[in-house]
Design a protein around this ligand. Structure first.
Ligand SMILES: *Cc1c(COP(=O)(O)O)cnc(C)c1O
Length: 431
């Protein structure tokens, strides 16, 4: 048995399913997880000493690669002073200021400790601000594991959502409408019938949790227009896309301004951080100035803030995103050509620094339904070939992959030759 297997056996006796977040269990690829002990730049090292090129980057945060010297230095220097006060510190002001300066739609920002907390707070704030209950979300968008957002579509055209997990009362999710992503007609229909009751619309402008699916610009424009017309709060969940697709996130990419934005992942530089920010007029409804309650023991933790400050500072280097974009394009274009050469139907969606592979015969993947056409068995086949060759992708056919500034040409070339071999193996396998 490998040490990873031994650890997993032990883990299962003391942690439900042996993992602290379900996708890590490798169920999505019919296998057992790898345990890691070290990371550096674009590489991960498992407890058995094998190295991998990392295409997860902790699900997005590690955009500078692992153990970036500037981030380490910032964290170390804060650690010499403190770990946590549960009281105000200068670092939280500095990170808030950076976020407000870099993202024009964010006038004020509240720090929390995870993306889930950020979206939970955004929804509560929108409800408190509008005095309405209903919210709209979209199929395939993930906003953390909040009760009112963990919802699947109800049957019938306009029924309200059903809980997608036991433990969530349907009286909570009945206020959540789950609509098809990128479906403008449906959106107009729902607003014309329920518009006056809708507190908020929450969307990942570039969906990243069902693979990578950018919203159509027209769809987001319609969303902005309808929210304005009906007085609903437009929330962009940019927990992945914030500081990933550019310094101004997806809202800058599309040039569409939300009322509230949720952030996480990159702004913590690898530490547990989330944030909700937006118009001061809405943000000031939060306690202690306003009546909407929200709090957190470790919110604005100085060590976590320091990792975020250093990360956002690095991201402002000239041409950071230009390089990341060029790298992403080179990588996915080459993958595309390889798959074509081996006769494997493959749709690749990509935006700066993130991409996903759909083993689908569809011409494009633009919706949740189309994402579901990906051939999971084909993904699983290449997954295990790649893993063996030291390429670490998210262990599920429906996850995005992430690139960092540490993925240099040599790393990309090595990964590409592994992918080429994996596609060839799949071709042989399919006969
Ligand atoms: C990861 C993610 C979340 C949840 O963040 P956690 O820190 O895991 O709670 C919310 N929204 C989106 C878009 C995410 O990708």
């Amino acid at each position: 048995m490998s040490y990873s297997e031994i650890l997993f056996e032990k883990a299962k006796t003391v942690i439900p399913g042996g993992v602290n977040s379900p996708v890590r269990s490798f169920k999505g690829v019919n296998s057992t997880p790898i345990f890691f002990s070290k990371a550096n730049g674009a590489h991960l090292y498992d407890v058995d000493g094998k190295s991998y090129i990392d295409f997860i980057g902790s699900w997005g945060p590690m955009i500078l690669g692992h153990q970036h010297p500037a981030v380490l230095e910032s964290v170390r220097s804060t650690l010499q002073q403190c770990m946590s006060f549960g009281a105000p510190c200068s670092q939280e002001v500095e990170l808030a200021n950076l976020i407000c300066t870099l993202i024009p739609s964010i006038e004020k920002v509240r720090m929390v400790s995870s993306g889930t907390e950020a979206t939970m707070t955004a929804i509560r704030l929108a409800r408190g601000y509008t005095g309405r209950d209903k919210i709209i979300k979209f199929e395939g968008c993930y906003h953390g594991h909040n009760d009112s957002l963990l919802v699947k579509a109800g049957s019938g055209a306009l029924t309200f959502g059903q809980p997608s997990s036991p433990g969530i009362p349907s009286s909570l999710t009945e206020h959540t409408l789950n609509l098809p992503f990128n479906d403008k007609e449906k959106l107009y229909e729902v607003f014309s019938q329920n518009g006056e009751n809708i507190a908020a619309v929450i969307i990942e402008p570039i969906a990243g949790n069902v693979g990578c699916i950018p919203a159509d610009t027209e769809f987001l424009m319609a969303l902005r227009k309808l929210c304005d017309a009906y007085g609903a709060v437009l929330i962009f969940d940019e927990v992945i896309t914030g500081f990933r697709v550019g310094l101004t996130g997806a809202q800058g990419h599309y040039n569409i301004t939300p009322d509230l934005t949720t952030l996480g992942k990159i702004i913590g530089g690898g530490m547990p951080v989330g944030a909700v920010g937006g118009k001061a007029a809405i943000m000031d409804h939060l306690a202690p100035v306003g009546p909407v309650y929200q709090a957190g023991t470790l919110s604005g933790n100085p060590v976590a803030m320091s990792a975020g400050i250093a990360t956002l500072t690095q991201l402002q280097q000239p041409d950071f995103y230009k390089h990341l974009q060029a790298k992403t394009e080179f990588f996915v274009n080459t993958l595309s050509a390889q798959a074509k050469e081996h006769g494997i139907p493959l749709v690749i969606n990509a935006v700066t620094g993130m991409f996903s592979l759909f083993f689908s015969k569809e011409a494009k993947v633009n919706s949740f339904e189309q994402a579901m056409t990906t051939d999971v068995a084909q993904f699983q086949h290449i997954y295990h070939v790649l893993l063996e060759k030291g390429i670490y992708l998210g262990p599920s056919a429906y996850e995005s992959a992430f690139l960092s500034s540490a993925h240099d040409q040599a790393v990309l070339d090595e990964a590409l030759s592994a992918f080429d071999a994996a596609f060839l193996s799949l071709k042989t396998h399919l006969g």
